[in-house]
Design a protein around this ligand. Structure first.
Ligand code: TMP
Length: 239
């Protein structure tokens, strides 16, 4: 598959056109940002881990009946994906309180919810990805109500599969962010990545953070945390 010109560069990935108009190549970088790009750095080896972890988790989603953009891993950092138009919503599922939820509602981190929560933010860097509800999303025509329904259903299904898998690895899935895309025929599919950049993952026993919060919060041990979480995934994910 020929890698043609770059069509997009995000904070953590580049996207390239290919000789097939329906397929793009995603290339994962080691660049890390936080707080809407205010904090910048690199996490050595992150691109390789995020690429390989995302792909293995996307395969699990497909097996569970959740459609994704994943086609084929091409190299350590590159993956062939279906061309989608990204629905400009960040979809966040939470199983425990942490991060902006804990801050917004003035509660401690680590409270286990009886049922997972879902929230949306408007994917718009200039506005700082503001929180919105489904009525706002409809008013802004970011998605149709059918699309939002499908997105919610898939997001909770992703949570069920991910939570169960990480539990096998002695990891608590605290929360995560998903993005969805639309295929040319209008089908909604899971897109973007599922990685320590986009999930909070705590060791189930020690509650040690094995995700990007170590970078966001200047905790040190960032590379080691990414290596450890990948090691656990590989130990429990039979090929
Ligand atoms: P939050 O608590 O900061 O709202 O983050 C919730 C989850 O979403 C957490 O697992 C990190 C992830 N996330 C992203 O992937 N990208 C983002 O831009 C933000 C703010 C959070």
């Amino acid at each position: 598959m020929q890698k043609l010109e770059q069509v997009y560069e995000g904070k953590a990935k580049k996207v390239f056109r290919t000789d097939d108009p329906e397929l793009f190549i995603v290339d994962y970088k080691d660049d890390a940002t936080a707080f809407n790009g205010l904090k910048k750095g690199t996490i050595a080896g992150k691109g390789v881990i995020n690429n390989q972890m995302t792909n293995r988790l996307m395969v699990k989603m497909e097996k569970a009946g959740i459609p994704t953009h994943f086609v084929k891993e091409l190299s350590e950092r590159e993956t062939l994906v279906k061309r989608v138009s990204i629905v400009p919503l960040e979809v966040i599922i939470r199983n425990l309180s942490a991060g902006s939820f804990a801050k917004r509602y003035g509660v401690e981190e680590g409270i286990v919810f009886d049922a997972p929560t879902i929230e949306f933010s408007y994917k718009n860097d200039d506005l700082g990805d503001p929180l919105l509800n489904r009525y706002h999303a409809l008013a802004l025509k970011l998605a149709t109500s059918e699309e939002i329904e499908a997105i919610e259903k898939y997001a909770f299904a992703v949570n069920d599969v991910l939570k169960a898998f990480w539990a096998e690895c002695d990891v608590t899935l605290v929360d995560f962010k998903l993005e969805f895309g639309k295929l040319p025929d209008g089908t909604i599919v899971l897109a973007d990545e599922i990685s320590p950049d986009t999930c909070r993952l705590w060791d189930s026993k020690t509650h040690e953070k094995l995700d990007k919060d170590r970078f966001r919060r200047d905790m040190g041990g960032v590379e080691d945390a990414y290596t450890e979480i990948m090691k656990r995934l590989l130990a429990h994910d039979a090929d």
